[in-house]
Design a protein around this ligand. Structure first.
Ligand SMILES: *Cc1c(COP(=O)(O)O)cnc(C)c1O
Length: 357
């Protein structure tokens, strides 16, 4: 039996979208491939509320994250971490020999405007990374408040991880002054894993051109050059199969309407948060809860593996905690194309499972 995925990626993919992965292939240097990539770019610009260049990468989101710290850091990176995925940016810096400092919030808490001010006012940093939605703890950062601070430092390149939120949570890239905004296909976009997408500002690219050792496969200068000059091409052979699926799914997303999509994510999040309040409680700061994934304290007295096994028998897969929170919490994702009916059914079954254990 297929278990419906309510883990924070990969997510359940609509059958019609899955089918698009089986579209007969086309040559990647053809006009058809150009048209396909252009279509995706224009639709992604709507989803990301940006005029910046959209680059695709045949990799998961981590590839473009690693490429970003390499391409855009000249002096030193300030990594603002609110959990596992913030730490990942830091590891990417150190693994590539990029000078970096990490500014960690307590787990379950946000990055504060004060933390950004304190770091940037030193003048030491020319790149910052922010996790807009932290999947390990189920919180999202107050981006508008953070933007008020980093916008005062126009020489700093702002990189934001929206891997588990873009197309589920409203992140207006241009309004927030984000230079490099990164996401992956397998979370809120509702497409199989294997492709990453970033919106990149011209000023970031101009800066990157002055930086050596940007790497090759994830070199944003090259990725943008192929979009702007070829145009709408990819430096190597992209996963055209993902592109067919993504293009089609973006039509579905825009057909639903972004406002409706954001409202649905909020509604689903509220259902799970309500459930959590009477079942162990929410792990994270209630003021800043994610609209795409909820992290719940496991006070059931049962190891999570038992809960998920019983849930599996009912056809669902939810997620354990991440990293240090593996056994203390569990997570329910409510992202991409999940419906109200599915969410209600899942929570009902979760109640049944807990009563039966
Ligand atoms: C999943 C996730 C990543 C990693 O993305 P991949 O596409 O798996 O490389 C990074 N950041 C966040 C917040 C995530 O949820």
């Amino acid at each position: 039996m297929h278990k419906k995925l309510f883990i924070p990626g990969p997510v359940e993919v609509n059958p019609a979208v899955l089918e698009k992965m089986a579209t007969p292939l086309i040559g990647h240097r053809t006009k058809d491939a150009t048209a396909l990539q252009q279509g995706i770019s224009e639709k992604m610009q709507k989803v990301m509320a940006t005029k910046n260049t959209i680059v695709l990468s045949t990799s998961s989101g981590s590839g473009l994250m690693e490429g970003a710290v390499r391409c855009f850091t000249k002096k030193r990176a300030a990594v603002f971490s609110i959990g596992a995925f913030g730490k990942r940016w830091y590891k990417m810096c150190t693994a590539n020999g990029i000078p970096a400092d990490i500014f960690e919030s307590e787990l379950g808490q946000i990055t504060t405007p004060e933390m950004i001010e304190e770091a940037l006012s030193t003048g030491k940093y020319d790149l910052i990374t922010i996790t807009q939605n932290e999947t390990s703890t189920g919180i999202h950062n107050p981006m508008a408040r953070l933007a008020e601070v980093y916008k005062k430092y126009p020489d700093v390149i702002v990189c934001v991880d929206t891997v588990s939120s873009m197309a589920g949570d409203f992140v207006p890239v241009d309004e927030l002054g984000i230079d490099v905004c990164i996401t992956s296909t397998q979370k809120c976009l509702g497409v199989p894993p294997g492709m990453a997408i970033a919106a990149v500002s011209d000023r970031a690219i101009e800066k990157a051109k002055t930086i050596e050792n940007r790497g090759l496969y994830f070199d944003y200068v090259e990725l943008v050059k192929f979009v702007k000059e070829k145009p709408y091409q990819y430096p190597s052979t992209p996963s055209l199969s993902h592109m067919f699926a993504l293009d089609y799914q973006l039509d579905r997303i825009l057909e639903e309407g972004l406002e409706n999509r954001y409202a649905r994510h909020k509604r689903l999040a509220a259902k799970v948060q309500e459930w959590a309040k009477t079942h162990g409680g929410l792990y994270s700061d209630p003021e800043n809860l994610s609209v795409t994934v909820t992290c719940i304290n496991n006070t059931t007295g049962h190891p999570f593996s038992d809960i998920n096994k019983a849930m599996g028998e009912k056809g669902w897969l939810i997620s354990n905690g991440y990293g240090d929170l593996k056994d203390k919490t569990f997570r329910v994702a409510h992202m991409a194309d999940t419906t109200d009916e599915e969410m209600d059914a899942l929570l009902k079954d979760l109640d049944e499972v807990l009563a039966s254990l």
